[in-house]
Design a protein around this ligand. Structure first.
Ligand SMILES: Cc1cc2nc3c(=O)[nH]c(=O)nc-3n(C[C@H](O)[C@H](O)[C@H](O)COP(=O)(O)OP(=O)(O)OC[C@H]3O[C@@H](n4cnc5c(N)ncnc54)[C@H](O)[C@@H]3O)c2cc1C
Length: 440
């Protein structure tokens, strides 16, 4: 198997472990000719799929346009961790919105996680393969702060977290790197590409018309509503949902420039190893997911019996580094030297879409034009939260989407914004390093 990937991370998922192990999906035809619908959803990632599914469940006539294949972008190539919260931390949200609204948002993110879990339960045969448990590990001792956090999350926010002292962590994860940990018993991990495909199949079963290979090249409004143009045809719709993440955003893309400009593409990397047999289970005695608490930390889990799926690093450079497999191999061996020599089987890149405030952009941008995007690095639960909230707002059954109103599409700063984001990442990395040195 090749350990190189296509140079354009946004437009091919074919080299990922997920693509190699994906459940079959019938595919959907490209749009050919001119048509109409009530709601058009642009983007066949989780955000678009959850939204389309919910709209169809409430009787709307929905058409979904995906530029490539369903789940080809972030949704089909991520870590697969489903956990509570947003890309922005609860403390950050609380500082901006106050305690009540921040907690209301947190609960919505929890409901999103439950929506994903329920869907996995309803569709057990489509290879989504949920596995329970998530560990958040500290690379430094923190004098009781983690323990206090666990207590708050359980007592005040209905979570089922368990504090792990250092000895317990080291019984399960055979490395000197980690100190304490927080076990999230409601967290789980999934095969994300299979989840996307299962959602698409469910959308079709509910009557959504899905078109793959139908990139939207223009979006215009006239007296009769919205007109969407693709190379093969046009769609007229009274409502449109923009769920294109960064493939539709970033510099140059202009389906809706004010939104595109707000989203900074941030690349992150994932590998899977060749099979490692018993030595992997000796090193990692835990079937759930693991991530450390650094600002751009490592995240990993065992897949396919005895392979390690490992993600990490972030950069605003969207082209793939040439030595990526080697860099990721070294990252794994630094934490688990006993696994050396690690052999990489698959390596791929994914793009996360971040707004400056690190929260999703959800809501009506112009009459009949809705945003459901910018989920950043925390989208497995929040795309369900956001997609369904936007759908309910369109149908008019619920207005919880208004809670997200303070998080508007702020300009990302163009190329300067990218540089600023990269500098900020380096600054945070340096802080993590200092924190660890101090603890050591
Ligand atoms: C490597 C990686 C690891 C991650 N790990 C995790 C994790 O473990 N847990 C977690 O919660 N989150 C994780 N995330 C974040 C999560 O994957 C995303 O937040 C989420 O998938 C975003 O979904 P989306 O539908 O908004 O975007 P996408 O999945 O990017 O989908 C957008 C879709 O829109 C389509 N599109 C764009 N423009 C157009 C157009 N003009 N016309 C038609 N179609 C268009 C694209 O082709 C694409 O398929 C990770 C992300 C990455 C990249």
């Amino acid at each position: 198997m090749s350990a190189r990937t296509h140079p354009d991370p946004a437009f091919r998922a074919a080299d990922s472990f997920y693509a190699a192990t994906a459940h079959p999906w019938a595919g959907a035809p490209a749009l050919a000719g001119d048509t109409t619908c009530e709601v058009a959803v642009i983007g066949g990632g989780f955000a678009g799929l959850w939204c389309a599914r919910r709209l169809a469940a409430q009787g709307k006539q929905v058409l979904l346009l995906e530029g490539g294949e369903i789940g080809r972008a972030a949704s089909g190539r991520n870590g697969g961790f489903v956990s509570v919260g947003f890309a922005a931390g609860l403390d950050e949200i609380e500082r901006k919105l106050g305690r009540d609204d921040a907690r209301a948002l947190f609960r919505l993110s929890d409901a999103g996680r439950q929506t994903v879990r329920d869907f996995c339960r309803e569709t057990p045969d489509l290879g989504i393969a949920p596995v329970d448990g998530r560990l958040k590990v500290l690379r430094h001792a923190d004098d009781g702060a983690l323990k206090a956090r666990v207590e708050t999350l359980n007592a005040e926010l209905g979570q089922d977290m368990v504090y792990w002292p250092r000895d317990k962590v080291r019984d399960h994860l055979k490395t000197d790197t980690y100190h304490e940990a927080m076990e999230d018993r409601q967290g789980f991990h999934v095969h994300p590409l299979n989840l996307a495909r299962a959602l698409a199949a469910d959308c079709v079963a509910r009557g959504v018309t899905v078109h793959e290979h139908s990139p939207v090249t223009a979006l215009d409004r006239d007296d009769t509503g919205w007109k969407i143009t693709t190379p093969g045809g046009t769609v007229r719709a009274s409502q449109v949902v923009l769920a294109g993440n960064v493939a539709a955003g970033g510099e140059g893309a202009s389906v809706w420039p004010a939104l595109s400009r707000a989203i900074v593409p941030v690349a992150t990397y994932v590998v899977t190893t060749e099979r490692m047999g018993a030595k992997l289970h000796d090193a990692i005695r835990w079937s759930g997911s693991v991530s450390d608490t650094r600002r751009a930390g490592d995240y990993y889990r065992i897949v396919d019996g005895d392979r390690l799926l490992w993600g990490g690093r972030i950069t605003t450079r969207v082209s793939e580094p040439t030595d990526l497999a080697e860099t990721m191999r070294a990252d794994i061996e630094r934490i688990y030297p006993q696994l050396a020599p690690v052999k990489i089987a698959h390596v791929w890149t994914g793009l996360m879409g971040y707004c400056r405030h690190k929260m999703p952009i959800l809501g009506e941008l112009a009459p009949g034009l809705w945003a459901c995007t910018a989920f950043g690095g925390h989208g497995l639960n929040t795309t369900a939260t956001g997609g369904e909230a936007v759908a309910d707002a369109i149908v008019g059954t619920d207005d919880r989407v208004k809670l997200f109103a303070p998080y508007r599409a702020l300009w990302g700063g163009g190329p300067v914004g990218r540089i600023a984001t990269q500098l900020e990442y380096w600054r945070l990395q340096a802080l993590d390093w200092l924190e660890e040195r101090r603890a050591a």
